[in-house]
Each structure stands twice: as C-alpha cells, then as structure tokens.
Design a protein around this ligand. Structure first.
Ligand SMILES: Cc1cc2nc3c(=O)[nH]c(=O)nc-3n(C[C@H](O)[C@H](O)[C@H](O)COP(=O)(O)OP(=O)(O)OC[C@H]3O[C@@H](n4cnc5c(N)ncnc54)[C@H](O)[C@@H]3O)c2cc1C
Length: 503
C-alpha cells in the first residue's frame, strides 16, 4: 500500500533547482526517517520503504522490536531533530510528552554514586520512541514529494551487470506471492534497515567482496515494562539512570517518565547476564541494582503491560569505507553501519548526526550546472560517516571492555584504552561531589561535547583538587539516589500484589 500525503500539499522544503531524480530509503526507523528528510533537499522525489505496515496511532510495530525498551534521546539528538523538523518538540508536547522546566532531566547514578547535576535552563520534554517516530513519520507522510511505501520488503539491490552502479532496489510486497519481486528504480539508494541490514550479503552477491567489521561481544539483555505513574507522584525527575558496576554487578536500570503519565522501566544486563521476564525475577533484578530507587518505583507503580525481553549478543561496526570497490548510487547509514550497545542511548542521536553528514556530503557533491550528484559522493559519504561514528563507538566500546568476558573482534583494542578508563573513573569519583565535573560528564554522555572535553584544563584542575582534598566517591557502596528522591518514592504506598497487576 502506498501512502503519500495527508492534508495540504504545500512543499515545506522546496528542492533547490539542481535537485534531480529519485532517492529511495530502505527502512523507516529513526535513521531512515531523518535520512529521508535530508534527501528531500537534494532530490525531486524520495521513496521511504518499510516492510512493516504502520500503526494509525503511536504504537509498537514488529520491525522495531526495540521500541518495547526505554529509548532516551540525548540532548544533541533533540537539537538536530528540532532543526530538521522545526516545531516538533511543541507537537510532541501537544501529544502528551512530559515537560520539565528548570529541572535536572535525568538523575544519573554512576558506579561511584549519584551525580549532582545542575538543572537545565531550557524546557525539556520526554517521550517514547514510538511517539517520536510517529510524529516524524506523520510530518514526512504529509510531504508532497515523499512516497511512503509500507508492506514493502527490500530483498536485494538492482544493478546492471558490470556497471558498478546500483540502479534501484528489488522489492517484494508483503502478503503477495513469494516470487513476485519487482524493481523500484532510483538514482540513489540509502540503506537504513537497521542492525540486521543485509547490505554485506547484497554487496557480496553483486561481486563487491566481504565487508570488514568490528564486533564487541557485549551480550546485552533487556527486560522492560510500562507502568502507570502513581497519581500525585512528586518526584523531581523525568528519568533515573542506574549504571551497573564493573566487574561485579552487571545490572543496570532505567525509569523514563514518558507521555500519558507512564513510566517506561527497562532493566539491563551485560556479558550474557539478562534480566528475567517473570514477575519474581524482574523484581529481584531491580532489587539487586546498585541503587534502590528503580525498585522503589516499581513497587509503587501499576504495571500496564507484560514484561518484554530482548537480547543482542554483539554490537557491530561495519567498515564500508574500507571497501576497495563501492557501487555508485548506493550508501548505508545509521544502525546498518554502526549498531551500538543500546545501554548508552547513543543510537538515535548518532543516526541524527549521520543525517547531517549526509546533508553536508550531498551539498559538497551537488552539481548545479548539470543537476544531480557529482561522482565520488558515495565513497566520500562512507568515509565521513566512519569518522562521524568513531568517537561514540570508541567511548561505548571502551566502557564495554571493562567487563570480564567481553571481547573485541576485528580490530586491535585502541591504544591507551585502559588509561582512558582509569581517567574517566577518576573524573567520575570526583564528580559525585562536584557539580561542575558532573555537568561536563553529562555533556559528554548527552553528546553535547566531544570526549576531549574530559581533558580540558578546568576538568584537570577540579579532579586534582578533589584528589588532594580526598573528596572522591568510593565504589562498592550502596547508594540512595538522592535522599529527597528516594524519600518521595518511599512515601508512596505499595501498589499491591505484583503478580495480579499486569493489565
Ligand atoms: C534494546 C534497544 C534499546 C535501545 N535504546 C536506545 C536508547 O535508549 N536511545 C537511543 O538513542 N537508541 C537506542 N537504541 C538504538 C535505536 O533503536 C537505533 O539506533 C535507532 O533507532 C536508529 O536505528 P535505525 O533507524 O538505523 O534502525 P531501526 O530503528 O531498527 O529501523 C530499521 C527499519 O528498517 C525496516 N527494515 C528492515 N529490513 C528491511 C527490509 N529488508 N526492507 C524494508 N524495510 C526493512 C524495519 O522494519 C525498521 O522499520 C536501542 C536499541 C535497542 C536494540
């Protein structure tokens, strides 16, 4: 089924005069949606394909099983998405997103204690992944030059033999005869089909050889559930993040206060340790977190859904930029290139920065006199994308390698990795008593500042002062998030017998 426009057909992003031809995006997750938005500035027409059929309201769909698990959007990701879709934060709020003013958006419990984070000056809203995806999709579906093709599964790339150019995609319409494959022609194909992308197989089939990749065997397990936030709950946060504590406690927890006064609770495990999906096991996992607040929240809240599990053995970086040959007319982006350990909440934000790289690279390769894109764009894009994801991949991989049993394959461990981890530990130990350092660390994990910030002169001075005065957090202690936050949760009565409450 094809959905084109709803409502007015005024073009909010008229294409520049040199825009030519058709672009097609495989996959309409966050990566594909943002890529499609950018392509509207460079091509006459954009086709956005997904094997799923889309729900009429913000809801889960089978092609994105991860949306059952809490998705935090980092500050950098918010900034970019608002830039690409001006007013979307407003719309998200109108659709019920939680809005916070002058508050700390997330309480973060580091392995050395809670971080004293300064409140943000700006308003801050919190929403589920499926509400965000729905809002973006609705905006794009209303665009007169975008065609949304649902129930359309891409089964391969189309190319003329020996031409070194991809000319479109081979698609099967879901529900149709298994052999009914047709070709959808395009001047540029963008693969945004997520962490299970078949691009390496498709390239091999076309004779482009094997794609080099790095994997980290993080062995992530998640278990999640939606809860009704208790009426009148006074907690001063929209989210609580409790990190596991290497090497002994691989349990992490997240409570995200999303739209409709719900708490989206996700428990996580590392290195093959997965939280159970039965009532008793789920609760016990929450109880065994290094901080009691997540458990206390679950105790007082009413479950709305069953508990859902998710496991992913490896995180993967595909080195498309190292291919000796690469077809014109084809690029890959977002999770199809780099699928991070979800625990650090980087995926959607990196997908947003990938979209900016696509825009910049298309601008640099625009061909105003003749129209279209100059040769060399595709390889250059994969090179720039590799640079774009490198810092986030290194930060996440460095954290993963703290855990016994987790290994990196396909690359040598980065030189100085252990020294970096020791330094970050020292910064964090100092940060638990220092709002300045907490703020810098928060900027780093929200991707508002590059990793090099952690070596800035002011950071060095603050850490040195904490070390000299002995004001350093100690690993291994049990924490209460903040006395006030924990007291607020504990003041609420227990919601009753857990086993009888799933709605
Ligand atoms: C458990 C978990 C928790 C996460 N938590 C966070 C978080 O807190 N914060 C964060 O920023 N990120 C998080 N992420 C990562 C985030 O989901 C992704 O990085 C982000 O959505 C970008 O993904 P994507 O668009 O590349 O792929 P996806 O979102 O996976 O979308 C891929 C799309 O492609 C479609 N598709 C696949 N194959 C085909 C095909 N052959 N033909 C047509 N369509 C196809 C699918 O139906 C789907 O719609 C998490 C991931 C997981 C697994």
């Amino acid at each position: 089924m094809t959905r084109t426009t709803a409502g007015t057909r005024r073009d909010p992003h008229p294409a520049p005069p040199w825009a030519r031809g058709d672009a097609v995006v495989i996959g309409s997750g966050i990566g594909g949606l943002l890529a499609a938005r950018v392509l509207l500035d460079h091509f006459d027409r954009v086709g956005l394909l997904d094997r799923d059929r889309f729900p009429e309201t913000p809801a889960h769909r089978s092609g994105v099983p991860q949306s059952h698990h809490a998705h935090g959007l980092l500050l950098r990701g918010r900034e970019i998405i608002e830039g690409l879709f001006p007013g979307i934060e407003e719309d998200l709020r109108a659709a019920g997103a939680t809005v916070e003013r002058d508050r700390v958006p997330f309480q973060v419990v580091s392995p050395f204690g809670p971080l004293p984070l300064p409140p943000l000056d700006a308003e801050f809203s919190v929403y589920s992944r499926f509400l965000l995806e729905w809002q973006i999709r609705e905006r794009l579906a209303a665009h007169p030059r975008l065609r949304l093709l649902e129930g359309t599964e891409v089964v391969g790339l189309a190319a003329r033999p020996g031409s070194e150019r991809v000319t479109g995609v081979r698609v099967r319409h879901r529900g149709a005869d298994i052999d009914a494959v047709s070709v959808l022609a395009a001047d540029l194909v963008v693969d945004a089909s997520g962490r299970r992308s078949k691009t390496p197989d498709w390239l091999r089939e076309l004779g482009y050889g094997e794609v080099a990749e790095e994997t980290i065997t993080s062995g992530i397990g998640y278990a999640s559930r939606f809860y009704a936030k208790p009426d009148g709950f006074p907690g001063e946060w929209s989210g609580i993040v409790v990190n596991g504590r290497a090497p002994g406690n691989p349990r992490s927890g997240l409570v995200l206060g999303i739209e409709k006064d719900q708490w989206h609770v996700t428990l996580g495990g590392f290195a093959g340790a997965a939280p159970p999906t039965d009532e008793a096991g789920f609760l016990q996992w929450a109880r065994d977190l290094p901080d009691p607040t997540v458990y206390e929240c679950i105790r007082i809240a009413r479950p709305l859904t069953p508990i859902r599990g998710y496991r992913t053995p490896v995180n993967r970086l595909r080195h498309f930029e190292r291919q000796t040959r690469w077809p014109a007319g084809f690029v890959a982006t977002a999770d199809a290139v780099c699928a991070f350990n979800p625990i650090y909440g980087q995926g959607m934000t990196v997908a947003a920065t990938d979209a900016l790289v696509l825009d910049e690279c298309l601008r640099d390769h625009a061909d105003p006199p003749r129209g279209g894109v100059r040769p060399g764009f595709e390889r250059e894009f994969q090179r720039r994308l590799a640079k774009n994801v490198a810092a986030a991949w290194t930060v996440a991989g460095g954290e993963d390698l703290r855990w016994p049993g987790i290994a990196l394959h396909g690359a040598r461990p980065r030189r100085g990795g252990k020294a970096v981890r020791r330094w970050i530990d020292l910064v964090l130990r100092a940060a638990v008593a220092d709002p300045y350092l907490s703020g810098r660390y928060f900027d780093l994990i929200m991707m508002m500042a590059p990793p090099a910030t952690m070596l800035g002169p002011r950071v060095l001075t603050h850490v040195a002062r904490a070390a000299i005065t002995g004001r350093l957090g100690v690993p291994g202690r049990e924490f209460g998030l903040t006395d006030a936050a924990l007291a607020a949760v504990r003041a609420f009565p227990d919601a009753g017998d857990m086993s009888a409450r799933a709605g």
